[in-house]
Write a protein that binds this ligand. Sequence first.
Ligand SMILES: [Zn+2]
Length: 559
Amino acid sequence: MSEEKEKNPPKKPSYYITTPIYYVNAAPHLGHAYTSVMADVQSRLRKAMGFDVLFLTGIDEHGEKVAQAAAEHDMSPQAWCDSLVPAFKDLLGLLNIENDDFIRTTEPRHTKAVQTLWEDLLAKDYLYKDTYDGWYCVPEETYFTETQVHQSDEKKGTEGQHLCPDCGRPLERVEEESWFFKLSAFQEPLLELYEKNPHFIEPEIRRNEVVSFVKGGLKDLSVSRTSFDWGIPLPFDDKHVTYVWFDALINYLTAAGFAEDAEKFSYRWPANAQLIGKDILRFHCVIWPAMLMAAGIEVSDEVFVHGFLLVKDEKTGDETKMSKSRGNAITPQSVVDLLGVDGFRYFFMSDVKPGADGSISWSRMAQVYNTDLANSWGNLVSRTLNMSAKYFDGKVPGPLAGWPDAENPLKEIVTGLVDRFNHAAFEFGYDEALAEVFKLIHAANHYIEDMEPWTLAKSEATLPKLQMVILNLLEAIRIAAHLLMPFMPETSAEALRRFGQLEERGCGATSGDASVSRSMSDPGATLDEICVWGNLKLEQPVEKGDALFPRLDPKDLEA
Ligand SMILES: [Zn+2]
């Protein structure tokens, strides 16, 4: 593979990021929205930093649960899946998600990838036929052994009820012929992987969880079903359809060109980052790497595991997992209605510690929005643009001796800022990355108070100083807006547009304006090049416009 790469070196490095493919048993919820935004921010950032990004999301359409749901609705499974696709695509549109591919597991390219892997694993002797006799959780499409169910029932005092150890719902007894994957052969190789590659599972708490699970021993996994037919048939035994998880995990290979486009596959694989929720940890950190190792395919660089979004009761402070049955579900649309798309994206990326459970409440959302976006960032933009327009004839000031070289507190913060920002954001430390940008925003607000531009404007003698102050502020805003762009694409672009700085935006954007500096007019200019202090375009018209983030009245939330 590396030899092929050298023969045809790609112009840009590849960055391949995935979300889980979402299960089409119900409409998309806040959890889907959260993972998708998290991936979208990384994808936009990597694009701005010059990577050739493949951002994959999609839906998981096979399995017993889907077949059952379709039957309940008097539809064929395919028609049932087709009917749910728009809701998932609408969610991506609602949240301004720019995925590069949307995979459906019923597509021919995926059938081909799954069947190719089946043949491969059979040839490598990692499959055998036997009878599966045990329990199955249909809603979660997960197998449980007699012992697991017994122990769980005993612990919860539900002896004899055979409830799912994970979700508590009644289990189905399954006894059928099945193909098994020799997962037990991978205990040592997996432990070695976690040891040698400590970043394969992030954060560390999840890695430790997986390590101790695997140390407890692995059983071979039933990977085919015969009691229903809604799945991908085994190429060598067509009474059997692929176990839905086995099918679903392979989607990451399919979209990278596996079994179809060797050149693409060698460029895209291994995936750089796979985002998942902690509820599907074992599938992605145990079964998935074992499947890849068995097939002789490199494992992904990293699986990043996020927590659950817990809803905080405003009165009692209790936090509970969001669920329809508890009546505490918050829909993505309702949050967007309150905060706007960028407010939604900002809240979840800044206030939920990546990898940990998040505590969600309407009052917290309003607080974060008002403090950070309406008061700090939005207010800085509107004050500064107003002053620039008022004191400099509706424009960004013109050239000034000593600018941009003169030292000032904002320029000092910008030094090394992109590196600090990327260092955190590349590892999904979005809260820290945003905190770096907000240091600049807070400093700029303080700078206005310290410099009192309105006083400097009163005397001819202090006009050059006024010009310096406004240039520094506009430059700080320009750089902050570019760094906020992956998180808040619309409002950041709008802020830049209002003082004529938008066309210099990152990778892929083109500028016909010959007067801009090389790095800015170069369509390949990357975020770090754009964020160099002094790249501000002078004498651009300034437009004041409405508030980017209108203040929310917390009283409106009580209804
Ligand atoms: Zn379950």
